[in-house]
Design a binder for this molecule. Structure first.
Ligand code: GDP
Length: 302
């Protein structure tokens, strides 16, 4: 499994570099504090959390009378970890309630965010843990989407259940995938969904129906929302809609490799009240890592 800290540190985080450049100055002026806050805002941390962090850090620096850059850096690290929230439960739940029943993980999000890639990478992680997996291609609107998922399935060595025609009912495909998973006695069924967001009511209907038919056969153990870290406030808007309609239990933040927008972790967790559980760090099969607050911050600070 990829270690988040090492990978972020290796790709060289622009966010961390900017924060540390300011903190390396001997005496922090008013302008320096503004620059730190600005840096957090540019990284999409969000105005509220950025202000809170700067206030907390300034207070500590003043009360403890420190000016040594190394000491301030240590405090920044602690405050960043607190902001990312190390107390959230980031366990990925995949266990079906009883033997012979797979856990079902529904993967939702807007097209292009990295849903299909995430399903492929996640299948690989689960297989490496010794679990048997079936993929369900419930994005039935684009044949290419099912092809892409099937390619991932072959690569990882797991079967893919897909519709026999374009435009088939996504819920029927999800149902078939879970039925096949049960028949084959697999541990986890990963369901890739379509990410059309033109219409909130339509999305709610579609995801609601998938959820209903799936839970007739097996427990839905996770609904993972895939969010592209590079899309900033646009992505946040999408996240809120999915958060409202899909009963999201965890976030997968993709394309975190090399972006300066890592602060979106904080913003999206606050907006949805659910933890980031996994992060995407590239396009390859091994580029998925479990999320951890301290590793994330240490990776950013390099
Ligand atoms: P979907 O439409 O949501 O299923 O998105 P895809 O899985 O097809 O991914 C869209 C594009 O983003 C593809 O070119 C992927 O290779 C790329 N991608 C997905 N995840 C990551 C990631 O973590 N990092 C990078 N750099 N690219 C990614």
């Amino acid at each position: 499994l990829v270690r988040l800290r090492d990978r972020l540190a290796r790709s060289g985080s622009p966010l961390g570099a900017r924060l540390l450049a300011v903190l390396s100055r001997d005496h922090l002026t008013e302008d320096d504090w503004d620059e730190l806050e600005e840096t957090l805002l540019l990284a999409d941390v969000g105005a509220g959390p950025a202000g809170e962090l700067i206030d907390a850090l300034r207070t500590r620096v003043r009360v403890q009378g420190v000016s040594d850059p190394a000491a301030v850096r240590t405090m920044l690290r602690e405050e960043l970890i607190a902001l990312v929230d190390p107390t959230m439960d980031r366990t990925l739940h995949t266990d079906g309630a009883e033997p012979g029943t797979p856990g079902v993980v529904l993967v939702v999000g807007v097209n292009g965010t990295g849903k299909t890639t995430t399903v492929g990478k996640l299948a690989r992680v689960l297989v490496a843990e010794g679990k048997a997996v079936v993929l369900g291609a419930a994005d039935t609107f684009r044949a290419a989407a099912a092809d892409q998922l099937q390619t991932w399935g072959s690569r990882v060595g797991v079967p893919t259940v897909r519709a026999d025609r374009d435009g088939a009912d996504p819920a029927a495909v999800a149902f078939d995938a879970v039925k096949q998973g049960k028949a084959d006695g697999v541990d986890v069924v990963l369901v890739d969904t379509a990410g059309r967001l033109q219409n909130k009511a339509g999305l709610m209907d579609e995801l609601g129906k998938i959820t209903r038919v799936v839970t007739r056969e097996a427990p839905l153990t996770e609904v993972l929302l895939v969010l592209d870290a590079t899309t900033g406030q646009n992505g946040m808007q999408q996240a809120r809609v999915f958060g409202e309609v899909a009963g999201v239990t965890g976030i997968v933040l993709t394309k975190l490799d090399g972006t300066a927008k890592g602060g979106i972790v904080v913003a999206v967790q606050r907006a949805l009240g659910v933890p980031v559980k996994l992060v995407g760090l590239g396009e390859g099969p091994d580029d998925l890592a479990p999320f951890d607050a301290a590793q994330f911050v240490d990776g950013i600070l390099g």
